[in-house]
Design a protein around this ligand. Sequence first.
Ligand code: ATP
Ligand code: MG
Length: 574
Amino acid sequence: MRFSKAFIPTLKEVPADAQVASHVFMVRGGYIRKVAAGIYNFLPLGWRVIKRIEDIVREEMDRADAQEILMPASIPAELWQETGRWKKYGPELLRFKDRKGADFCFGPTHEEVVVDLVRRETKSYRELPLNLYQIQGKFRDEMRPRAGLMRGREFIMKDAYSFDVDVEAAAISYKKMYEAYKRIFKRCGLDFRPVEADSGAIGGSQSHEFQVLAESGEDSIVACDTCEYAANVEEAEHRAPKQPGIMGEGELETVDTPGTKTIAEVSEFLKVAPTQLIKSLVYVADDKPVMVLLRGDRSLNEVALKKITGATELFLARDGQVKKAIGVKPGFAGPVGVSIPVYADVELKGATGAIVGANEKDKHLRNVDLARDVKVTEFLCLRAAEEGDGCARCEGHYKSYRGIEVGHVFSLGTVYSEPMGCTFLDEGGKSKTMVMGCYGIGITRIAASAIEQNHDESGIIWPMSIAPYEVTVLPLQVKDDDVVAAAEKLYSELQDLGVEVLLDDRKERPGAKFKDADLIGIPLRIAVGKRTLGEGKLELKWRRDAEASNIDLDGAAEAIAALISSEKQALRAR
Ligand code: ATP
Ligand code: MG
C-alpha cells in the first residue's frame, strides 16, 4: 500500500476521552474512530490488525478440529426463553422487535442458537465429538464501556462450542481448546497466563481465563512463585495460616470509641494495629442479612461469599438494613450476640484478644475470644488472596498481577443441552444428553491488549504476527530520483515475496515520516536515503530497538523477508 493513497488519518492530539495507551494510539494512529460509546469504525489499519488476529485464531481452531460456521446476530426470543436467559440476562442484552412485533435479541453469546442447530442435526454418538465456532460481532450493552476496544458494546468475538458423549470426552475437548488457546496467544505475541476462574452465571465445573499481564487490566490475579497455579482473585484459594491471624490476652471489656467508624479510625484511636481488629460486614444475600468477619486489613472475596450463601444477588447492606438486622449502624457492628448467620474467614479460627464493634453506638469490645464469645456459623476461606499469601497447592507464595481477560474456556456440562433437549443415541441405542463446553476469545480485545503490552511514548510496537504491515519503506528525499527508484524497487520486490509492506511515498519531510512510523508501530522500518544509498546500503530499524543498522541494498528484499519469517517463527516457539 502507498501511504499517499491510504486512508490513515493520524492525529497529533490525544483524544479527550482516551486514558489507556491502546485507546490513545489506536485513535491517533488512524486505526479506529468512535461512532457511539463502545461502538467503533475500524479503519483500514485497524481492520488489517483484526484480520491478522482472526487468521491466527482460525488456523489454530481448525487445527484443533473445530469447524467454522456463522450464526446470525439476530436471535428470536423463543430460544432464549427455553433456557430462561431471556429473563435472567438483564440490561446487557439488547432486545428489539421485528415488524410483526416478535421479540429478538442481538446475540451477546450463542449457546442457544448453536444448541438448537445441533439438536436438530446431530443424532448419533458417531457424529460426536463436534466443535463448532464462529467469528462474529457481538453486542453487550455494557454498563461502563471503556478504553476503546478493551470493553466495547459491539465487539468481535470468536466463540466455539463443543459437544461430547460424556464428561470424560468433554474433558478432552476442553483440553484441546486450552492448548489451542495457548498457541493462539503465543503467536499473537502476548505475555499471558492461563488462570483458574469463576465459572460465574454460565455454570459448569471447570473454567480458565487467559489473562494478559498489563497494569491497565481490570482483573486482579495471583500466581504462585513456585508452582503453575494462578487464579483470578475471585477464585483464588490460599493456604490456611498455621496460627490464628489475631492473638492477644486480656479481659473482655467495652471501650468508648466516640465517632470512630472505620478500621483506620478505630486503630488510630485505640493505638492498635488494624491487624488486631475484626471487620464485621453485613451483606444482603437474596434478601437475607448475613455477617462476614475478616481481619481488619483484609478485603472480602465477594464471589466466595456468593458461592457459600448460594445467593443470586448479593450486596453490602445499606445503613438502614444493618440497623434492622443487628440494631446498630455499620461502624459499630460486631458479631457478639447477633442472631444472623456469621461467616468468618479461616484465619480468624482461634483468634483471641481481638477488637470488634460492640453493636452499640460509639463503643467497641476489646479482648474478644472468637471461640468463647461468638457463635460462628462457619469458618471459610473468605478473604481475597493477596501478594505474599501461601499458595493453596504448594509451599510457594503468591505474587499479584493486573490482567486483561482475552479468552475464556468453560466446561458447561449439560446446563444448556439439558433444558433444550440436545440428545443423541449412544451405542446401545439409548438417548443421552450431550455434554458441552464453550470457548470465547475477544478478537478486538486482543488488539488492544497487544498495544498495552507493546508501546512506548511515541506509539505502538506491534508484534510481527498481528501488525497491519510487516515493514514500512520510507524514501527520505522524494525529489531525488535515485532514492525514489530504489524505494519503488524494494517496494515491488517485497510484494513479490509476499511481504505486507507500506511505502511512505508522501511528500513529507523525513521527520514527519519517522514520527508517523513510530506512532503506527510497524515492526520493521527501512529508510532509503541519499547518504546510505551512495554506499549501497539501506537503513534498517526495528521499532522496538533504539538503534538502526545498515543492510546491503543488494538482496535487501530477501534479507527483509527472511527476518520477518524468523520473527514470526520465534513467536510460535516461545
Ligand atoms: P468480562 O469479565 O471482561 O466482562 P466476560 O466474562 O463477560 O468478560 P465472556 O462472556 O467469557 O466474557 O466472553 C469471551 C471473551 O470476549 C472474553 O474473554 C473477552 O476477551 C471478550 N469480551 C467480553 N466482553 C467484551 C467487551 N465488552 N468488549 C470486548 N471484548 C469482550
Ligand atoms: Mg462481561
